[in-house]
Design a protein around this ligand. Sequence first.
Ligand code: C2E
Ligand code: MG
Ligand code: MG
Length: 447
Amino acid sequence: MATFDDVTERRRTEERMTHLAHHDTLTNLPNRSMFRERLDQALSETQAAPAAILSLDLDRFKAVNDTFGHPAGDWLLKCVAERLRRCLRSDKDVVARFGGDEFAIIQFNIKAAADAEKLAKRIIEVIGKPYRDKGREMHVGVSLGIALYPGDGRDVDTLLTNADMALYRGKSEGRNIYRFFEPGMDAMVRERRALEADLEAALPRREFELDFQPILDIASGDIVGAEALMRWRSPSRGLVPPDDFIAAAEEIGLIVQLGDWALRRTCGVAAGWPRDMRMAVNVSAAQIKSSGFARSVISALAFSGMPAHRLELEITETVMMDESDAVLRTLGQLRGLGVRIALDDFGTGYSSLGYLRRFPVDKIKIDRSFIRDLDKRDTAAIVRTVIALGTELGITVTAEGVETAAQLDMLRKAGCGEAQGFLIGVPAKASEVSRLLRSQASLRRSG
Ligand code: C2E
Ligand code: MG
Ligand code: MG
């Protein structure tokens, strides 16, 4: 009997070990290695039926962890696992947890891509419903990438990579999205990854530069400030404009360090310029959301000796759209020190006037797309209205992208405070702007 017990016990232990090796301990779902095994098995059958491989990644899961703590995050992951399990139609299908907030699904025996699409839509709907625990309510979303067997690949690695590729693409377009793999996607993703890798290396290699674009006070005709605009001088890519790399820098979190560098550098440049010149720096939402932002601004000011009222932070509406009050509190704190806040690209987003009530700004910058169309009656009416609104609220209005004398003339007549654009000056090296300022000062002395 003893021997029999020993054998059973040993077998049980072995079974437990195998189970552990193949399952995720938190959710008890199959893990990555089990998932691969099952897929490999199915594909090796001689006449394997079409299947879909779905790669999943939760949206905003980090926020749940940060806000409610890790035990709540773990509980939520278990709920997600259970909901996913229930989304599957056949018990042959597999849902696995790959780790963190990553999951994957094999949907066997599909008739058409539409079957996978239906499943993806159902998952987005089911996962997006609130999670309630101990009186708390949590929300997450999910994004999915889908690869189809045999069209998108015939082996496990290719299928998984392609599903990930589609997921990655979906994530870059927004949240709560599903995307099918498409040929050409891999080239795009590879290119983006290469850009991100180059970007990571660029800061320690000092490949970033700032150009400065002068800002004109329309009534006096004086240059009263300048905006710092970032450029990336990459040895392999040449001079890269910010529109091509800021979004990637935000995605990989580099923008916090990079923005900090821009702030310090701008304040440093300001120290050598006339005392009444204002310096504008663009800041991303991700920077303001990072915990050390206020400290980083204060330290840049202190280090350079530049007074706070000369610094202007240009933010976009996405900053105001943030649900948390922390961002508005940070901006309020900085504004309390005298730092000015400008609302950039006004008119391009939601342009909700509610933002102007939620947070008082010092400046509105009308986006250059409006100035370009200033000769159109409707656009001109909008621009005049924004200028009047600014006057009424005591907010400076700056027109961006002023390229012709006719545009400047019209803005002057409408009572616009400031202008910026190629007509006044193109973005240039600090030393060149400095020369312009000196000649302006000497003109003023002689006039
Ligand atoms: P923005 O803040 O609206 O900057 C103005 C952009 O308009 C600049 O493009 C400038 O070169 C361009 N511009 C100025 N005058 C004219 C004109 O008369 N006509 C035309 N067609 N364009 C004009 P740039 O330098 O390519 O910057 C693009 C955007 O990149 C900026 O838009 C800003 O949102 C972002 N950016 C630039 N530097 C930084 C930075 O240091 N940090 C962050 N977070 N974003 C930055
Ligand atoms: Mg700007
Ligand atoms: Mg702008």
